[in-house]
Design a protein around this ligand. Sequence first.
Ligand code: MRU
Length: 347
Amino acid sequence: MAVPEVPEPTISWDRESGGIRFIDQTLLPERCEVVSCGTVERLIHGISRLEVRGAPALGVAGGMGVALAAVKSRATMRDAFLREVEKAAAGIAATRPTAVNLSWGVNRVLARVREAPDPAEARRIAVEEAVAMAEEDRATCMRIGDNGIELVPDGATILTHCNAGALACTEWGTALGVVRSAARAGRRVTVIACETRPLFQGARLTAWELSRDGIDVTVIADGSAAFLMRRGEISLVLVGADRITRDAVFNKIGTYMHAVCARHHGIPFYVAAPRSTLDPGSGEEGVIIEERERNEVSRCGGRTLVPDEARVRNLAFDATPLSLVSAIITEDGVLRPPYHLGGEKPV
Ligand code: MRU
């Protein structure tokens, strides 16, 4: 199969139509199509289906969703306008509860909307703020990438899980941003992408975007990771994050398994994330883990894999204690244990 071209950033504001454009990630790697999204309902649908996904991209989607609600509102009175935008904002933020960036992006643009003296000014400010978020996201990822280079030795084989790449952000990526920056700096790198069941973000998305960049990538079944570590075939583990509380890193289900195995085999386990993913005011126990529908696990490729009589649990994320994390790479530098994320006690 020929590797398709990426037509544009993962998510962007379309000034012509006054709406959002995003790559529909459910179609990759077979097709790369862009959705023109003109309503909040369509955006919520796209976020729930994971057409647009990944923590930083969700942050931008949240901000742009509030801008969309503001632009589409016909209210002329400030109070009615605010009620409408706030209702839309709450609906967007509730779509996926674990990734803190979604509510962070929603709240950032909503705060600007609330400051505006009238609906017309609010619409203008909301769009500018949302567009600025997308631009900042790109710059932030580039800084994360550059800060992470020091952790990637020449010749490294890097195991990653899910997709923390350009498709999970506006461009470049967090964990894959580090891979890209290291490759650009001349390091020879090989990536082992865990397929990431049940929705295969590793196989479909990570392998797709790295192949396009000419970065060596091999997809493995998730269950192969521990054995490859035991055989000395993995130099380091590098993943993204959906939320980092004062005590744990929340990321795609399966991440904790890699962290435990990495510690057992003396392999560094790194997390790359923007500061907008930090949530030091929360602890692991207070975070809702998204549980998704049965069909994502019980069916695949048009076939039923699980008998109707059996129950299915489809947890979308897990939590890895910070004690298993060797370093957190942010846009402001590399954090090492004990972590001072702003919570009460260093972990
Ligand atoms: O369910 P998804 O595909 O949105 O989950 C995404 C992840 O778990 C990513 O690893 C995380 O958002 C970091 S993206 C830079």
